[in-house]
Ligand binder design. Structure first.
Ligand SMILES: Cc1ncc(C[n+]2csc(CCOP(=O)(O)OP(=O)(O)O)c2C)c(N)n1
Length: 576
């Protein structure tokens, strides 16, 4: 038993024991006692400029490391500002513990100053949430929060702590075990189903692996690599799963879905066995669900039983941790190569030929111009510099899709974006979190000019903490992705998408005390990016790209994924 401590110190003791080394946050009235205790605690606090960004930064930290990201906000507006970040973490299965202050327990329900029903508001945007009104409950709850956030399907857990809990005095007594009746995590997978899956893999003539973010959450990349090699199967990785199988691996096809490659979508449409691993049959991947993988028997491995059969009923459901299940599956595949494998060899060979043919017919490749910088050219240059090894965060929009199509990720936890929620304003704070967790690593924050303008306040955070993030604005002067939809589906009536008034990047960066530059000539692009990377501190590179470029391939909403539009239907008039 420790000495008598304040609740705030007990909270810090709990966080220390959970291995927390930094908290992204913003203080306020009811969290004052916590911030006072933080003053002389070894845990670093990163003062962001908006609570939403604290949650996004915690996401960047968590996604780049696999550790739980921690963010903190005060009661009322501080807590409500976290909501977008929490929904984002819930949709992308990111382990986060969010700490919020609440008014003194006696005042709860009295409409006290800066009181909001944080527990009620965040109920549907967290994996679990708590309201702590008694100091005696605090340690147990904090350790439970970390346990729930990081086990099973990871996700955000919010702990709302009344001010008097921070101020109370007690002893910290170690929490020896966590028993949560009703919270069961099945990691191992059903042995019989895994056996059936291995059988199905051998029997398939046209297998395809469809790997999602669950591969990355489960740290199962090595097992996935082994699996695709043993099964001799091509693999597509979803937007959240990029890097789960290295982009340079010969079995990696590319991303599937609305802006996925022709080969990936044709592969999904023609496979006879779909091996879905840690993925949720998201509508952006499946297109019209009834036409998705129509010829395939489906194996679905997921740690979350609620995902099994949610969108597509599998033939072989396996509830388990992707790493554990793949280990077992690999063992079976190693041990039992069937004697009649030869019989299927010609069909497998033909399947690979088909895949390669689709890749050759419509490869994902950058386009170039001599007069203007194509956004695809920009992504190809980032790819060249990264070599598949840099951390790249993205916001939401066209640049995100081109980045996903054209930048390679040869390791997991390099590609960090807001996939499920698709929240603008994610890239820069996520890059802050990722750079904090990976001080020696090259981090690019790729952002559209719209998303960048949602994040400008965080330039101060970069400078304060000397974070050498390379911000690359793909500046097309428009809310590009919305403009693309207006052009293609609303008769090119461009309504509220033009973004005039972008600031002078050099002056903006200089105002914050670092370097920035605008480029608009294709010939200047590579040297400008290299200059940004050479710079020891942060850098703002504003790249003026073609305004009216559209992302292709594109599966129109409601279409089947083999009904891709591969190129612009016809030249469109430039609006006045
Ligand atoms: C917070 C938020 N508001 C609105 C949207 C809707 N939205 C999706 S993409 C997009 C355009 C983004 O424009 P920009 O940041 O310039 O990127 P680009 O598409 O041009 O690459 C918008 C407005 C969103 N995803 N998130």
């Amino acid at each position: 038993m420790t000495n008598l401590m304040s609740g705030a110190k007990i909270l810090l003791e709990c966080l220390g024991r959970e291995g927390v080394d930094c908290i992204f946050g913003y203080p306020g009235g009811v969290t004052l006692p916590f911030y006072d205790a933080l003053y002389d605690d070894p845990i670093r606090h990163v003062l962001v400029r908006h609570e939403e960004n604290a949650c996004f930064a915690a996401a960047g930290y968590a996604m780049s490391t696999g550790r739980v990201g921690v963010c903190c906000a005060t009661s009322g507006p501080g807590a409500t500002n976290l909501v977008t970040g929490l929904v984002n973490a819930l949709m992308d299965s990111i382990p986060i513990v969010a700490l919020t202050g609440q008014v003194t327990s006696k005042l709860i329900g009295s409409d006290a100053f800066q009181e909001a029903d944080t527990f009620g508001i965040t109920r549907s945007c967290t994996k679990h949430n708590y309201l702590v009104k008694s100091l005696a409950d605090l340690p147990q709850i904090i350790h439970e929060a970390f346990y729930i956030a990081s086990t099973g399907r990871p996700g955000p857990v919010l702990v709302d702590i009344a001010k008097d809990v921070f101020q109370g005095q007690s002893h910290y007594s170690a929490v020896s075990a966590i028993h949560l009746p009703g919270y069961k995590v099945f990691t191992e997978g059903h042995a019989g189903q895994i056996r059936r899956a291995s059988q199905a893999v051998w029997e398939a003539e046209r297998p395809l692996v469809y790997a999602g973010g669950g591969i990355i959450s489960a740290n199962a990349s090595e097992e996935l690599r082994r699996f695709v090699e043993l099964a001799d199967a091509p693999a597509v990785c979803t937007l959240m799963g990029l890097g789960g199988l290295g982009s340079d691996h010969p079995n990696f096809i590319s991303m599937p879905g609305m802006h996925g490659s022709y080969a990936a979508n044709m592969g999904l449409s023609h496979c006879d066995l779909l091996i879905a691993l840690g993925t949720r049959f998201d509508d952006r991947v499946t297109g019209r669900l009834s036409a998705f993988a129509p010829h395939a028997k489906v194996i679905h491995v997921d740690i979350d039983p609620a995902e099994i059969g949610k969108n597509r009923a599998p033939d072989i459901p396996i509830v388990g941790d992707a790493k554990r299940v793949l280990e077992k599956l690999n063992k079976l595949l190693e041990e039992q190569k069937p004697t009649d494998a030869e019989r299927r060899a010609p069909a497998r060979k033909a399947w690979w030929e088909k895949i390669h043919c689709w890749q050759r017919e419509h490869p994902l490749q950058p386009t170039y111009s001599e007069t203007e910088i194509k956004p695809q050219h920009l992504m190809a240059e980032i790819d060249r510099i990264s070599g598949g090894r840099a951390i790249v965060t993205a916001d939401v929009g066209q640049h995100q899709m081109w980045a996903a199509q054209l930048i390679r990720f040869n390791e997991p936890r390099l590609w960090i974006n807001s996939g499920g929620l698709g929240s603008m304003g994610f890239s820069l704070p996520a890059a802050i979190g990722a750079q904090f967790a990976n001080p020696g690593k090259l981090v690019f924050a790729v952002i559209g000019d719209g998303g960048f303008q949602m994040s400008i306040p965080e330039l101060a955070t970069l400078v304060n903490y000397k974070l050498p993030v390379k911000i690359v604005v793909s500046n097309n002067g428009y809310l590009g992705m919305v403009r693309q939809w207006q052009e293609l589906f609303f008769n090119n009536r461009l309504s509220a998408v033009e973004l005039s008034g972008f600031p002078d990047a050099e002056k903006l960066a200089a105002a914050y005390g670092f370097k920035g530059r605008t480029v608009d000539k294709p010939s200047e692009l590579s040297s400008a990016l290299e200059e940004a990377v050479r710079e020891p501190g942060p850098y703002l590179l504003n790249v003026r790209v073609s305004c009216f470029e559209n992302v292709f391939p594109m599966v129109p909403a409601g279409a089947a994924i083999n009904e891709m539009v591969l190129a612009p239907p016809e030249p469109v008039a430039v609006p006045k």
